[in-house]
Design a protein around this ligand. Structure first.
Ligand code: NAI
Ligand code: MG
Length: 483
């Protein structure tokens, strides 16, 4: 009961501040289904206040700071985040249900994003362009001004790190709307940002519901760029709202990423990666490897070994640090169960399944990981993002069919190719329509330095790496006549 009274506020102008509504949203621990805190239910008035604060910072203290100084602030923030890594990991693990090991890895990546973008802040420059005699033409990378960031619940620290880290490095002031299902690590990180030297208004965090605070952020005419990660439907809504004031958007909308296993692959190296890429964060990963395509010559062997590995997987409370934690919410678990019911109804083979530990709290949102075999490409289970620990396996006969199956998806985020044949590695990597291709490895969740984003319904624009900085800037061309 005591813990229920922990009430978190909004973070605007480097201060904790209540939401205008005075209302709050319950924070649930997915490991036991119990409420343990409250967050403020921000809305349009709070977003407006945060955008005003960000605008003042972008033309004030933050806007006039030199790039090297911005980088130093980010660098100090990276150090504070690293020092608070354990605390942040505990907050996010309790909030999302992810096992502590994963939360710690996320906290490490979080600090690393700030470190990376700290170093990049003063290396973001334009060009000079040869033009007619008597002219000098140059391009300058300028910040958009005030950027909006709508963050999902699956990897709050990592997605905040990649998006806000790059936007601040480029000189923008930020308004962040975390997901209502997981905010706590970000509210704490914002305090650390202020401690690191971010001037008031450079970073504001407004918690609240998607259709209220999120929608208000996307519609706000004072926002100059929006970065969104989440579902395709909400992404479309955000882009439509932003179009009302011609605001550019970057959308990262998840995937149904294929792992393509040829018979000549090094199976010992491949198998653990295949399993991890679907069970990490209980399958709630945009880049989850959720379809495994297996060359028929190796089908029996790969499927048997996958089934054996699935049977050994255990799900339980985040604090027990098992293979999987719970799903984020009852709603997300129901979504996964609906897909599994459909698999049963259509007679698909459940080739392997893990277990939930006996002492898992009965009200936690657990679902054992499942391996479904011989799933036809027309099936909804092959086509749609489940966002849970469900791996669908499908056989192929040759390289052409492997490529066709890989591309038979509305999504195009990531792909993994497993083969020893070098020419085939390159043909596949070139033929696959995704934003990233991994050959004989799979970088789910990793790769601070690697540009990341999708094609087709996985979205557009790139986050992470140096490339992200271009998305958070606008290019000005200056033509100077001096003849
Ligand atoms: P969602 O896309 O609705 O939520 C993502 C973020 O958008 C949250 O911060 C939410 O508050 C916000 N939001 C919701 N409605 C909004 C609106 N009208 N305007 C502005 N912002 C809004 O995703 P949800 O409902 O939490 O999960 C549903 C499915 O979405 C999942 O099962 C999964 O398939 C997919 N998803 C994909 C993610 C990814 O990493 N690509 C992350 C989260 C969800
Ligand atoms: Mg939603």
């Amino acid at each position: 009961m005591l813990q229920n009274s922990v009430r978190h506020q909004l973070f605007i102008d480097n201060k904790q501040t209540p939401a205008a509504s005075g209302e709050s949203i319950q924070v649930v621990d997915p490991s036991d289904g119990q409420v343990f805190a409250q967050i403020a239910r921000g809305g349009a008035a709070d977003i407006d206040r945060a955008v005003g604060a960000a605008r003042r910072a972008s033309v004030g203290a933050w806007g006039v700071m030199t790039a090297v100084e911005r980088g130093r602030v980010l660098r100090r923030w990276a150090d504070l985040v690293a020092a608070a890594g354990d605390e942040l990991a505990h907050l996010e693990s309790r909030d999302t249900g992810k096992p502590m090991r994963q939360a710690r890895a996320d906290a490490t990546a979080f600090a690393r994003y700030f470190e990376y973008y700290a170093g990049a802040a003063d290396k973001l420059h334009g060009q000079t362009i040869p033009y007619q005699n008597g002219y000098t033409v140059m391009t300058i990378r300028e910040p958009h001004g005030v950027t909006g960031h709508i963050i999902p619940w699956n990897y709050p620290m990592q997605i905040f790190g990649r998006s806000v880290g790059a936007a601040l490095a480029a000189g923008n002031a930020c308004v962040v709307k975390p997901a209502e299902d997981a905010c706590l690590s970000l509210l704490r990180a914002a305090e650390l940002g202020a401690q690191a030297g971010l001037p008031p208004g450079a970073l504001n965090v407004v918690t609240g519901l998607g259709p209220e605070a999120g929608q208000a952020l996307a519609e706000h005419p004072g926002i100059d760029h929006i970065s969104f990660t989440g579902s395709p439907d909400t992404g479309r809504r955000v882009a439509q709202a932003a179009a009302g004031h011609h605001c550019p958007v970057t959308l990262e909308l998840g995937g149904k990423s294929p792992q393509i296993v040829f018979a000549d692959a090094d199976l010992e190296a491949t198998l653990p990666v295949l399993v991890n890429a679907i069970i990490q964060n209980c399958g709630q990963t945009c880049s989850a490897g959720s379809r495994v395509l297996i060359e028929r010559a190796a089908w029996d062997q790969v499927l048997a070994q996958l089934a054996e590995r699935f049977a050994a997987l255990r799900a339980g409370p985040a604090s027990q640090d098992l293979d999987l934690g719970p799903l984020i919410s009852e709603r997300q678990r129901q979504r996964v169960r609906d897909f599994l019911a459909e698999a049963r109804d259509s007679g698909l083979e459940l080739a392997g399944q893990g277990t939930i530990v006996a002492d898992a709290p009965p009200l936690g949102f657990y679902e054992p990981p499942a391996l479904l075999a011989s799933v036809p490409s027309a099936s909804r289970l092959f086509q749609e993002e489940i966002f849970g620990p469900v791996l669908v396996a499908t056989a192929f006969d040759d390289e052409a069919q492997a490529l066709a199956l890989a591309n038979d998806s509305p999504y195009g985020l990531v792909a993994g190719v497993w083969t020893r044949d070098g020419a085939r590695q390159m043909r596949m990597a070139r033929g696959i329509r995704t934003g990233q291709v991994f050959v004989n490895n799979y970088g789910a969740g990793g790769g601070v330095e690697l540009p990341f984003g999708g094609v087709k319904h996985s979205g557009y624009g790139r986050e992470k790496g140096f490339e992200a900085l271009y998305g958070f800037t606008t290019l000005k061309t200056i033509a100077l006549r001096h003849d």
